[in-house]
Design a protein around this ligand. Structure first.
Ligand SMILES: [Zn+2]
Length: 123
């Protein structure tokens, strides 16, 4: 059975964000960003902490189980230096009867064989 990845890539979960959640390094910042959206969707706080740069990682990360992430659109993926990149995206959510959208430009840094999330600017 085809199980599409929640990040909307059109690939299977196992062949997309599932690989990263199991420990494979992200090949680029967009791949890491998608896997983090997918981890928010699945409530995987451990993966979110692991893929966060040490200096900006929250000491305690609690996800709101009532907030459901309902879709992701990646607008752009830009290389900004030899080991840095920027991804702009919109994620939609639902909480009870309320819905909303979050548009953010996130900064990423290459670290070891993969990438980590540094910070983001909501716009
Ligand atoms: Zn995915």
């Amino acid at each position: 059975m085809f199980q599409p990845c929640e990040c909307g890539s059109g690939k299977t979960y196992a062949g997309c964000c599932g690989r990263l959640h199991l420990g494979a390094p992200a090949r680029d910042a967009e791949e890491l960003m998608r896997s983090r959206y997918c981890a928010f969707h699945r409530g995987d706080a451990a993966y979110l902490r692991k893929s966060w740069a040490a200096e900006t990682r929250p000491a305690d990360l609690t996800l709101d189980p009532a907030q459901a992430w309902t879709g992701l659109t990646v607008h752009s993926h830009e290389t900004t230096g030899p080991a840095t990149a920027r991804v702009r995206f919109t994620a939609t959510w639902r909480k009870g009867a309320r819905t909303g959208r979050l548009t953010e430009t996130s900064r990423f840094r290459r670290e070891g064989p993969g990438w980590v999330y540094v910070d983001g600017e909501v716009s």
